[in-house]
Design a protein around this ligand. Structure first.
Ligand SMILES: Cc1cc2nc3c(=O)[nH]c(=O)nc-3n(C[C@H](O)[C@H](O)[C@H](O)COP(=O)(O)O)c2cc1C
Length: 410
């Protein structure tokens, strides 16, 4: 990690949440201890916890965290279902991780809550600084959010960042969780009426919630003027504690471009341009603290953000390549070698991610960043994170996944 980070005043640097499993609790903890906002990642945290337990939880961290879960029977249910001791002396078979549905099983809910609790708890262990968790509205069309927020709040999360969609309903859910009330979230159904998820923590846990729960700061992530306008219309300003402004050069997924143009064959298209640049002056006028991300990971970046009236910067790529990131070590090593030779090629592809959103590609030999490898890949939906519910002609709810084979999807 760049030691210059230690020079930044406390709070000026946010480490971006990076799914799946890139922004680990170790990374978040270290960043928090160095004075930044260390961030764990919520999307598919349930899968990460289940797989860690199935691999014997070699560090013992996850089981240690779950010992502190306030409802031991729920934590035991998760451990009994997924933990396989190292070497598997009892010959236990691997249990499938449930895909999220609108009618989740008790085990599925328990796994989501425990995973979000455990990763926040571990990131907070051994110091007094705040930890943030990053959520994505788009994953499961937001269906897992009531349970994921519940787990993070039980773990003592200090703030929540929310991106990949406009985060309506989050401040209300956080308030309901802390007050011990039923939590409701409306999930859009393609071709049908929205479905209201209702989660009553008291009846799920069989006990009242701890009385010392704290409402975390709510920090939405916005990447366009349009998204900011919609957010400010629908969410009271008083419930927004900060804003992360993500420019379209940020790694990961980006908001689609909105500036009209014409491509080389004369076809009308949209490209990134003026319309896609966030209006920092306007954001500064709101009087809400903000951090700017996307190519700002430098001292110059932090100076620019501060002089635009911001509180600081959000950084992803540099942290994804740090020792504490959860990235496959081989891939990370190769990426660093390419960067150290100055040979990196990063492009925005609009046709690569099954989410339909533009996606940053770092070119690396033999990986699906190469079109041949990408095109030869067998399409599959085996995690369920991108599934979205739709209304079938008989009135029942089905699920479609844009990552599954085209003929199944159609
Ligand atoms: C590997 C990787 C995964 C990411 N995943 C997410 C994510 O799941 N959710 C999210 O809101 N942002 C995600 N991001 C974006 C970062 O949180 C951050 O905002 C962005 O990387 C900042 O720009 P920078 O990479 O130029 O520093 C990801 C970034 C990287 C590098």
């Amino acid at each position: 990690m760049d030691s210059k980070i230690e020079k930044f005043p406390r709070g000026t640097l946010r480490q971006g949440g990076m799914a799946v499993g890139i922004s680990t609790y170790l990374l978040a903890k270290l960043v928090a201890m160095l004075g930044g906002h260390g961030t764990t990642s919520s999307p598919l945290a349930d899968l990460v916890l289940a797989l860690t337990l199935q691999q014997g939880d070699p560090s013992g961290d996850c089981r240690r965290a779950l010992k502190h879960f306030p409802y031991p029977a729920i934590a035991e249910m998760v451990i009994d279902a997924f933990y396989i001791p190292l070497g598997n002396p009892e010959g236990l078979s691997v249990r499938a991780v449930p895909m999220f549905s609108l009618d989740p099983s008790r085990l599925s809910i328990a796994l989501i809550i425990c995973a979000n609790f455990a990763f926040v708890w571990l990131a907070k262990e051994g110091h007094q600084h705040e930890i943030c968790t990053n959520f994505m509205v788009k994953v499961g069309e937001g269906g897992p959010l009531p349970y994921a927020l519940m787990g993070a709040v039980l773990g003592g999360v200090g703030s929540v960042t929310v991106g990949a969609g406009i985060p309506f309903g989050i401040p209300d859910m956080l308030m309901d969780i802390v007050m011990g009330r039923e939590v409701r979230y409306s999930v859009p159904i393609y071709n049908g009426e929205p479905y209201e998820i209702r989660f009553d923590p008291k009846s799920f846990f069989g006990k009242k919630l701890p009385s010392d729960l704290r409402i975390p700061n709510f920090v939405p992530i916005v990447s366009s003027r349009l998204a900011l306008d919609v957010l400010m219309k629908r969410v009271p300003k008083s419930s927004i504690n900060g804003i992360v402004v993500e420019r379209n050069v940020a790694a990961g997924h980006n908001a689609p471009p909105r500036t009209p143009s014409v491509d080389s064959s004369g076809v009308r298209c949209r490209v990134y341009g003026e319309r896609d640049e966030p209006d920092l002056e306007r954001i500064a006028d709101l009087g809400i603290p903000f951090w700017v991300g996307g190519g700002y990971a430098s001292e110059r970046g932090i100076e620019d953000a501060l002089s635009a009236g911001g509180t600081g910067i959000q950084v992803g790529t540099a942290f994804a390549l740090a020792d504490e990131s959860g990235m496959n070590p081989e891939v990370r090593k190769n990426a660093l070698a390419i960067i150290s030779k100055g040979e990196e090629q990063v492009s925005t592809r609009h046709d690569y991610s099954p989410t339909f959103f533009p996606f940053k590609i770092f070119r690396m030999k033999g990986t699906s960043s190469e079109p041949d490898v990408h095109n030869a890949r067998v399409r599959v939906c085996d995690k369920g994170a991108l599934r979205y519910p739709y209304m079938r002609s008989d009135g029942t709810i089905g699920y479609r996944c844009p990552a599954e084979p085209v003929e199944h999807y159609v």
